[in-house]
Design a protein around this ligand. Structure first.
Ligand code: BGC
Length: 345
């Protein structure tokens, strides 16, 4: 494993980069935000990101970062748990929502890092203690994330234990492009999402109902072209999301065994470089088509950031879970979920 100083934060703190990999896949991870800064598939970089830490600070896209304590939205930036109302930061101001953990989510934390190599590949273990009351959430949570590369498999395992009941829902916000991040938009790529149902959302992107995908533009049960026409189609849900930005309930009909766990096949994403299959034991995945990926600050190597220039497949519990009594990590219980990105070899 190679490590080097990636950059410095404006306050002088050093950000370190760690490289793990195999012949097929190489990942560069930062201790700041647990950010996947580079993901080389057969030598081509397929992930959005920046050359300098400044890019991650000025852009609000959560590029490649770990997301927590609660990924996605919490309506009205509040929830009630065990009879107590908790008020969170409404950092998605226009919609009044709490988004991706608040003002200083896991994407902005320094993580302690430890690397190891064994017969199952190369692993990077990141740990964080998220104190009681941080971002107004209850309970001190000990969080552990393991990034692994083994052959053509890239996985992220999220483990946590809390000393009080708390909402908990982690993901990673990787923007992937299977044409290569320097390649085309996603318009000539295909996606299959193994989901019969999705969350219908209101104007603030908060789920209001679980509905069948059948007969809608959200039916990805067989591989579908991510065409421009689809992204901009005249559909009420598509317009609410300003494009594809929706939660899908994964059907658990096909599975693989990985690191001793049964993971369901969630999606297959295919571009010019090949196919990527996503497996997880989380119940849902957010498909976000990078509808807001624009701005003056360039990506790595001066690349222009373009709307629909990549996509995110964020494994998760459904958005706004705490307001439906879902996605609560009980004191002393073990949180343990995995996302496996299995590439063609
Ligand atoms: C959300 C988008 C949001 C993006 C922020 C995604 O997880 O679903 O609505 O704009 O994160 O980069």
């Amino acid at each position: 494993m190679k490590t080097y100083i990636f950059d410095k934060l404006p306050d002088g703190r050093e950000v370190t980069a760690y490289e793990i990999g195999s012949e097929t896949l190489g990942a560069t991870i930062l201790n700041y935000g647990g950010i996947i800064q580079k993901l080389l598939y057969k030598g081509t970089d397929i992930i959005g990101g920046y050359d300098k830490i400044e890019g991650y600070l000025v852009s609000d896209g959560y590029q490649g970062a770990l997301i927590g304590r609660y990924a996605n939205r919490i309506r009205g930036a509040k929830f009630t748990l065990n009879g107590v109302e908790y008020r969170l930061a409404a950092n998605e101001e226009a919609r009044g929502n709490h988004l991706h953990g608040g003002m200083e989510g896991y994407d902005k934390k320094f993580w302690a890092v430890e690397g190891k190599t064994d017969c199952d590949g190369e692993h990077l273990v990141l740990t964080l203690t998220d104190p009681d009351g941080n971002e107004n959430y209850p309970g001190t949570v000990s969080v552990r994330v393991t990034y692994s590369v083994c052959g053509a498999d890239f996985s992220i395992r999220y483990e946590a234990v809390s000393d009080k009941d708390t909402p908990f829902n982690m993901t990673n916000h990787a923007y992937l492009n299977m044409n290569g991040i320097a390649g085309d938009t996603i318009y000539n790529e295909t996606l299959m999402i193994n989901a019969d149902e999705m969350s219908k959302v209101d104007e603030n992107l908060i789920p209001v109902a679980k509905v069948p995908v059948e007969g809608t533009p959200f039916d990805f049960r067989t591989p579908k072209l991510l065409s421009r026409e689809l992204m901009f189609c005249d559909d009420e849900q598509m317009q609410k999301g300003q494009g594809l930005d929706h939660n899908f309930y994964i059907s658990a009909d096909e599975a693989t065994l990985y690191q001793g766990k049964k993971l369901a096949k969630a999606a297959v994403y295919t571009g010019a470089l090949g196919a990527l299959t996503l497996y997880t034991d989380k119940p849902c995945v957010q498909f976000y088509a990078a509808n807001f990926m624009e701005g003056a600050y360039p990506f790595k190597g001066g690349l222009v950031r373009r709307r629909n220039g990549a996509l995110c497949l964020e494994t998760q519990f459904a958005p706004d879970g705490p307001n439906r009594g879902e996605a609560i990590l009980r004191a002393g219980d073990k949180y343990d979920y995995t996302a496996l990105f299995r590439f063609d070899d």
